[in-house]
Design a binder for this molecule. Structure first.
Ligand code: RUQ
Ligand code: CUA
Length: 659
């Protein structure tokens, strides 16, 4: 009892250290001589790498250049975004549909790029929604969210979306174990141990990137925190860090910090595939949304699916194995060779490194110390390659440079530590400003890292930038890691709170067939207007469809009469431009739904419910030409029941006949 109390106190003290963290010494003179030169990208020159950084609580993904730290784009993924009209146009709304309805804002923690033969290939980047569990695929030809799939039986989709070496699957583990959607969830919270289950999801990725929830594995109720796929020799396996193996349901900061070791769960997904083929998956009825963007119709569709195949890890004994891992592990990272698996225990004073070969030997020779709710637990020493001693405080995440070195972030001691994967010797350490979470080396979790830069994503900014009220920009820092010693070369503020990030050589993406505009001829939007002559306004009951075009520098039509209070007006605006970088905007006074931004060749729809008779100006919101300010028009709204006929024009006046 006393021992338990002491442990609890220890956990609280360490816990509060996790929140506060220490400030590194000598923060003033961390930048040396040629640093600025190394991060400098001259005007008009391109960066060497793209950096895709999760926005955390913002639900977005931002794209920076490395080494300049310049922000190129913020991509709405699990959020509406006024800069892109995402979530405001009728076409984009279905992308944010879920089994709980339209969700305008979620929490995106991890980005993962598609891979071919274990190398980043520049086709797609995936992101996770934590709160209402989903995985998104962003197309890197358009830098647009192309698909979102919801994950049933999950709560807090944190250990997601990690990828296998040929993008066979993106994989996700639930953070909150919960009663399965296919069981009764209306149970007392304190029946966690009986009723709460974990589920990990395997989402198959097709040739065109299309996602499909292939199967799930049900596990004992724990918290899955992070994961990474095996690669090379360990291809076919997946590794998940688990905490709360105590199975606590209240005051986790104490109650989930009791055990000296939690687990890394090793999952043999090739074996799981065999069981699925052999018909061992149980069909369970669930409800999840699957949303797809169509580049030809410029429209998203959302479908609710109702079934998933589930394998039981307690029945099928050779799919999952637990490896003991000290203590409340967070990051779970696999080195470029696929041999070493690094578990970062937030409360551990060392970093354990496991060997895949040893793990296979231990499984073969049944070196188990027992089981955890039916899952065999491998003996710690039997799977251990070794431990990095006294690396720092509060280890979180590890990336690799492809030269035999690992780099681990330490939240509490606010530093990045470089160590040798084989000898486990600490080689270098640098302070971060402050309290680093994730880190990224381009290709740093693939078979082929580009070990030139390391970016630290910090949780606390404090005094690094000019103050901006209570909230400060979060901060990233770039280090040159090409030499023996890490060298800080740049700080840059980020959007939202950066968690995981990915980076790839710029040419890989720049030369992947970047889309510059949509071909009007290929536009299959049901309300497209392919030329100004086809512009029209059509009434169907109280629904009015405006087939409108935009081209520098006018809309057609730009005068519309005969709209009445009580009408539902849909402006379907087709941007007729066939040139790169010429979007037009569209706004109409009183629209309670936002505005549009229409890419060249695209058709986009704004729904408008005029509430009062009067004159409503509309205009282009994107400075498109010298006469952008002339790109405007009027919509006349008459009272309900008015006999003003529906007329429209551009360049000529409408007859004055009506009252
Ligand atoms: S987390 S700071 Cu949500 Cu990836 Cu580790
Ligand atoms: Cu079109 Cu401004």
């Amino acid at each position: 009892m006393k021992n338990k109390f002491v442990k609890a106190i220890f956990a609280i003290v360490l816990g509060s250290a996790l929140f506060t963290s220490c400030k590194p010494k000598n923060s003033g003179d961390a930048v040396s001589g040629d640093a600025a030169q190394k991060a400098y990208v001259a005007p008009g020159k391109y960066d060497e790498f793209y950096n895709f950084v999760s926005g955390g609580f913002s639900g977005q993904l931002s794209v920076y250049g490395l080494p300049s730290g310049r922000l190129f784009r913020v991509i709405p993924v699990f959020s509406v975004d006024p800069e892109k009209g995402w979530g405001y146009s009728e076409e984009t709304k279905p992308m944010l549909n879920t089994s709980s309805g339209f969700v305008p804002w979620d929490d995106l923690h991890h980005t993962e790029m598609s891979q071919t033969n274990g190398e980043v290939d520049g086709r797609w980047v995936f992101g996770n929604a934590n709160n209402t569990p989903r995985i998104a695929r962003i197309d890197l030809k358009t830098f647009k969210t192309a698909e979102i799939i919801e994950l049933p039986n999950s709560g807090g989709n944190h250990s997601s979306p990690f990828i296998t070496e040929n993008t066979e699957y993106v994989v996700a583990g639930t953070r909150f174990s919960v009663p399965a959607d296919y069981s009764n969830g209306d149970v007392p919270i304190n029946t966690y141990k009986e009723n709460f289950k974990g589920h990990i999801s395997f989402v198959k990725v097709g040739k065109e990137g299309e996602m499909d929830l292939a199967f799930q594995i049900v596990t004992p109720g724990v918290n899955f925190d992070l994961s990474h796929a095996g690669k090379g020799k360990s291809h076919g396996w997946f590794f998940f860090s688990c905490y709360n193996t105590e199975q606590a349901n209240t005051l986790l900061e104490v109650n989930a910090s009791q055990r000296d070791k939690d687990f890394i769960m090793a999952v043999n997904w090739k074996k799981a595939e065999e069981y699925i083929k052999a018909g061992k998956g149980k069909k369970q009825s669930v409800k999840y949304a699957h949303n797809k963007w169509n580049e030809k119709t410029h429209t998203a569709t959302s479908e609710i699916k109702t079934e998933v195949l589930v394998l039981d890890s307690a029945e099928l004994k050779d799919i999952c194995y637990m490896i003991p891992c000290p203590k409340s592990p967070h990051g779970c990272d696999v080195d470029p060779t696929g041999e070493y698996i690094v578990g970062s225990g937030k409360l551990a004073a060392l970093i354990p490194v496991f060997s895949f070969d040893k793990l296979m030997g231990a499984i073969k020779n049944k070196q188990f110390e027992g089981d955890y709710s039916g899952i065999p637990v491998v003996k710690y020493e039997a799977a251990l390659h070794g431990e990095v001693q006294k690396p720092g405080l509060g280890p979180l995440h590890t990336e690799f440079d492809g030269k035999g070195n690992a780099y681990t972030t330490f939240f509490v001691s606010s530093e990045v530590v470089k160590w040798d994967i084989k000898t486990l010797k600490v080689l270098d350490r640098v302070p971060t400003y402050y309290s680093v979470g994730h880190l990224c080396i381009p290709g740093g979790d693939s078979k082929k890292p580009f070990g030139k830069y390391l970016i630290a994503y910090n949780k606390i900014t404090k005094d690094r930038y000019l103050p901006t009220g209570p909230e400060l920009a979060q901060s990233a820092q770039i280090f040159d890691i090409s030499g023996d010693k890490m060298q800080l070369i740049l700080d840059f503020p980020t959007i939202g709170e950066p968690h995981y990030a990915q980076a790839a050589p710029a040419d890989l993406i720049r030369n992947n067939g970047q889309l510059k505009f949509y071909k009007i001829a290929d536009n299959n939007h049901p309300f497209v207007t392919k030329g100004e002559k086809e512009a029209k306004v059509v009434r169907e009951g109280n629904k009015v469809h405006v087939y409108m075009t935009s081209i520098r520098s006018h809309f057609a039509p730009d005068n519309i009469e005969g709209i009445k209070v009580g009408d539902e007006v849909y402006f379907h605006v087709t941007n007729l431009e066939q040139d790169w970088d010429v979007p037009h905007g569209f706004a109409i006074k009183g629209a309670d739904n936002g505005e549009l931004l229409i890419m060249p060749g695209e058709t986009t729809t704004l729904k408008w419910l005029p509430k009062k008779a009067g004159m409503y100006p509309m205009y282009c919101t994107d400075f498109c030409s010298a006469l952008h300010q002339e790109m405007q028009g009027y919509v006349r709204v008459s009272p309900a029941g008015s006999s003003v006929p529906l007329t429209w024009s551009v360049g000529t006046n409408l007859p004055k006949a009506t009252k």
